[in-house]
Every structure is written in C-alpha cells, then in structure tokens.
Ligand binder design. Structure first.
Ligand code: GCB
Length: 602
C-alpha cells in the first residue's frame, strides 16, 4: 500500500514538473514569432510576503500566484489583482510609483491575455530580465523560479497555456543579500521589477533553439556555423543562407540534434567601428525560418596589442549604466539605448563598457549597428561570498546566460568576470574558476576583469600585482587618482604593468555637479572635473601598452550611496553628461583626446 502511494505521489510530481520547464534561452528572440506581454500589469506590494509565506515561515498552500477569486460570499480571499493598481511593463517600480522609490522587497504582478493556440506548436514564456528573483505562475500553476536580475530566461509553457483567456503572475523580489550576485553592497540603484520585455514565443515542436555564426579567429575567410535543435533529433536538414555572400548550405543534424559547418573562401566585408557591416542571414529547418543580422570580425591579442581584424586598435571607450537619459530610470528599449549610445558616439567612442551587469539585448544590438565595440560583464562586484558554492553557481549561470544570449554579436569583444574585487585566495579560486568556465562557453572572445590597483609606493610607482593576470587576455584596472586620492598626485604617478598583455584602464574619473562652476581646486565644480581629466589624459598617455580606457562614466546615475544633499541627491555625479543630458566641461577634454587617438590609430 505504502509503495503504491509513493508511486502515485512520484507520478504526480513528475506530471507536475512536465507541465512546464525552464529551457535554454532561445537564440534571437526578436527574430521569432512573438506576442508581447508588455503593457499594463496589476501589482500588489507584499512587504511581508503574505502571498507566499505563512507566519511559520512556510510556503502557503494557496499563493497569490493562483490569482484566486472568491466563489461564494463567505469565501475569504484577501487580495484582488483586478482592483489593484497597474504599471506599464517593462519598467522599474521605483520610477513607476512614487511611493516605491526606495522600496526593496516583494511585489506581485499579474497580467491577463488571450492567446491563439496552434495545434502541434510549442509556446515559450520569455522574460528579458526581472530584478532580482522571479517566481513565475501560468494560469495558477508555478512554472519556476529564476535568480539574477540582468539575464533572460524562458519556460516552455505549452501544456499550461490555453487557447483563449490566460493569466501570468510573477512575484518579484529585489531584497539585497550578502550571498547574492551582486551582493548587499553596490553603487547603483537597485531598480526592482520586470525591467525588460515579456514575450510569448510560438515555435515548432522541433525548433532551432540556438545557433552560432562567426568568423574563424585564425582565418578570416572561414565562417563557422553551428546550430542546436531543442531535442536530440537526428537527420533534420538545417540550412544557412547569407544571400549577399552567396552562401546557401544545408546539413543534417547528428543524434544530439546538432549541426556544425565550416565555410571556406568566404569573403565577408569585416565588421568594424568605421563600417559596422551586418549581413542578412537566414537559418531554416522544416518550415521554421529565423532571420538575423550577422557581422564578421576577428579579435585577438598580440603582446600588448588588441587586434581587431588583424589591426591594432585603441579602445576609445566610456562606461555606461543601463539608465535612461533625461528621465532617470531603468532604460528598457532600443530608443533608450540609442540616446545613450549616440552620446558615446558624440564623445568620439568606438567602444563602451556596459557596467556592471549584462545590458539588454536592444542595447547590444543598437551598439552593434552603430559600430560600438562592447565590454560585457556580470555583477560579480566588490565583496562577493567567495566561499559559498551557491553564490559561485549563481555567478556562473549569469555568465552562461549572458554569453549564450549574445554570442552572435560581432561587437562584443570582451567578457568581464568581475569588478574591483579585493585580492585573496578565496576570490582567486572563484574568479579563476569563472574565467576557465567562460572559455568553455566561448573560445572566440577575450576575457578580462576590472582589477583594483595596488597602492603606489612612496615614489609614486604603481606596480600592478594581481594573481588573476594569468587567467585574463586583457589586464584591466580601475584607478581614481584625483578623486579618492590627491589630484596633485596624478602628474607624479608612474605605472608598471609586469605582464605582456594589453592594458585597459577600466575606470577613472571624478564628480561634478553640472552647472556648478568655480576654481579648478574645488571639488564638485565642472572645472575640477575638467582639470582631473586633463591630468589623467597626460598620465594615461605614458602607460606602456595602454590599449584602451573607459572613464567613469557617461552620465550621472542614481545611487543610494550618494547622500550629499544639494550636490549628489542620490546621484553618482561622475558623469560627463548630467542626468538631464547637459555636457560638463570634462566632456571636451576626453573628446579632444579621442579625436587625436582616432587619427593616430587610423
Ligand atoms: C568604482 C566602481 C563603480 C563606482 C565608482 C565610484 O570603482 O567600480 O561602480 O560607481 O567606483 O564612483 O566610486
């Protein structure tokens, strides 16, 4: 009897888990058959997690995910999404509702929609990003939990979704914790909510879940193509077409549902900042067809040089947070990205550092069209719980999903493992493991991480020393001479980088309140920041092997750490543009330098 009950229970469990599952992120979401679930979602603020936990701290039997309605007059249901306020998704709740500006915790979101179900097709529910933890329910059944605020994820919800009326509920929790990635401490606004697109994707029962098209780093006439079906199905014909290059090839999948193809004698025009050429590309199998825009380029290092398409390049960069221009809040769409990136172009950039987490796919694609190279990073920032295996797995998942989503983007040249992490054996173990893992996911791009500089000695010599040098292709570090240490030290500084690798100064800069003027020795004036930039440029030019730089930062951005009333007002003021888009004087110093460097590297 006991055995039979066990069997029934396990069958029930298996059955439930079969209703929906998280599946690998579908490649090129915007090239698929999608239905947007953006727009008005009702929300319930749940500070005590009443919809989730009872007062014994156990999961409640009926969570808000069920979206229950009273069935008779004595049926007690103490929430009602329909009667609750709504906000336009994607957004951050801090900006959408004034009362939530400083809020960190749980909020439930609900949206109803109609769907036309097609027999034999599969349906995925896709989230561009939810910060930080998402618990997702479809028509009252939980489909999964996702951790990490800046990576996309999708569930196969075919068996839960109905033809006609449906609803989705998402519980979002942005509570900061010491063992999260990022951890409890960070210098940007902890924007909560469903901050990127929500989409329904209709695909064939057998569909192309991933593909990878790039130039062989060692042979610029050789295009490498691979694709993966969602199931291990052999003998399926998959084709690749790049009409402008007269490429049209078909191959059959192996037993794993995978194809690999090498195309020789291809002569693509190479993607580069001056000519960001993209080719219309079509991948097909059966009656499924996915189109993309693909650029071809190579990236490698040689001694202290970074070579793009075999030629040395100086990375004229700027760091960017994913925050909307003018109306400060989370940037969510292509138009938001366009504004920010056009500011970077105006500065003379050929490169941007997307700090400190993967930015949305729109931003990467817009940058690719505009000819901006990209450094992409995960939020392993400052003091992560290095010895916690769950924390490591969390970071690794975020890295995997970042790489997976963007591995076809020609403009991404560097995956960064971390930012400003204090040296130590536990950290070394964590970061070296992460760097090795990154190489298993993508062997075609460069690996780096923003390191901390060692204190200068009494002769003002900074000798970089970080065990992680061994695991990176590009040595990068942040330095704030002139801001967190005396501005007069800048001219005295010299640098020794004892590694035969290219060097990037991934951060430097200082604050200024736009419109505040004074003499160049007064902090927070535009003149101080201008002088700091002037001196820094002089110093940077003397660094042997300097291959690029991304000063901190394009635009003033919100940060809860910046409390100085009347000056900071919750903004980190190190922007070259104010939050309202005013150029500060230092802008012109950097622009002049970049104009000069562009000529030198022509
Ligand atoms: C840093 C961090 C960056 C901060 C910046 C600052 O080193 O990497 O996230 O915002 O300094 O302004 O202090």
């Amino acid at each position: 009897m006991k055995k039979i009950t066990l069997l029934i229970v396990s069958l029930l469990i298996t059955n439930i888990s079969l209703l929906a599952e998280e599946v690998p992120i579908i490649q090129n979401i915007y090239g698929r058959n999608i239905q947007s679930l953006n727009g008005k979602w009702n929300y319930i603020v749940d500070m005590m997690q009443v919809g989730y936990l009872d007062y014994w701290n156990k999961e409640v039997k009926h969570s808000y995910g069920e979206n229950r309605k009273p069935r008779h007059s004595t049926d007690l249901v103490e929430y009602d999404f329909k009667k609750s306020p709504s906000m336009d998704i994607p957004t951050d709740w801090n900006s959408a509702d004034e009362k939530l500006f400083f809020y960190e915790g749980s909020i439930w979101f609900e949206r109803e929609f109609t769907y036309k179900k097609i027999a034999g097709m599969r349906t995925l529910l896709y989230f561009g990003a939810v910060n930080y933890q998402a618990d997702v329910y479809v028509n009252g059944t939980k489909v999964g939990k996702h951790i990490g605020g800046f990576t996309s994820f999708n569930y196969d919800v075919t068996d839960l979704i109905k033809d006609g009326d449906n609803f989705v509920v998402v519980k979002v929790d942005n509570t900061r914790k010491l063992d999260n990635v990022p951890t409890y401490f960070f210098d940007w606004w902890n924007y909560g909510g469903i901050t990127r697109d929500v989409l329904l994707v209709t695909v064939n029962d057998t569909y192309i879940s991933d593909y990878n098209i790039h130039l062989n780093n060692h042979n610029r006439k050789n295009i490498l193509f691979s694709a993966q079906l969602n199931k291990p199905k052999a003998g399926v014909e998959v084709s690749l077409e790049i009409p402008e290059l007269k490429i049209h090839k078909t191959v059959k999948t192996d037993a794993q549902g995978r194809v690999n193809l090498s195309i020789n004698n291809a002569k693509p025009i190479l993607w580069c900042p001056e000519n960001p050429k993209l080719y219309h590309t079509i991948i097909k199998q059966n009656n499924e067809s996915v189109s993309d825009q693909i650029g071809f380029r190579t990236i490698e290092t040689k001694g202290r040089k970074i070579l793009l398409n075999g030629k040395p390049i100086f990375l004229r960069g700027i760091s960017i947070h994913e925050e909307k221009a003018y109306d400060t809040r989370r940037a969510t769409c292509a138009a938001d990205a366009d504004t920010l990136l056009s500011w970077a172009k105006d500065l003379g950039c050929n490169y941007v550092r997307f700090a400190h987490y993967p930015h949305n796919e729109h931003a990467v694609r817009e940058a690719e069209k505009m000819g901006l190279l990209v450094w992409s990073e995960i939020p392993v920032y400052w003091t992560i719980a290095w010895d916690n295996e769950d924390t490591y797995q969390n970071a690794q998942n975020q890295l995997r999903d970042e790489i997976h989503r963007d591995h076809n983007r020609a403009n991404i040249i560097i995956w960064s493992m971390a930012n400003e992490t204090p040296r130590g054996t536990s950290r070394d173990r964590f970061l070296s493991r992460l760097a090795k893992y990154a190489r298993t996911q993508d062997s075609t791009r460069l690996i780096s991480m923003a390191m901390e500089v060692t204190e200068a000695n009494s002769n003002y010599v900074n000798k970089l020393s970080d065990n992680m040098h061994e695991y990176v292709d590009v040595v990068s570090f942040n330095e704030y001479i002139g801001w967190y240490r005396d501005i007069n030290d800048i001219d005295k500084m010299s640098w020794i980088i004892p590694y035969d690798k290219p060097v990037i100064i991934s951060e430097w800069g200082g604050g200024a309140l736009a419109g505040r003027h004074g003499d160049k020795n007064t902090l927070w004036t535009e003149e101080y920041q201008e002088e700091l930039y002037r001196k820094q440029v002089r110093m940077l030019e003397k660094i042997k092997g300097l291959a690029g730089t991304t000063p901190w930062i394009l635009k003033d951005f919100r940060s809860p750490r910046r409390t100085l009333h009347g000056t900071q007002d919750w903004f980190n003021r190190k922007g070259l543009y104010s939050d309202q888009g005013a150029k500060k004087k230092a802008f012109w110093i950097l622009k002049n330098w970049y104009t000069k460097m562009a000529k030198e590297y022509k």
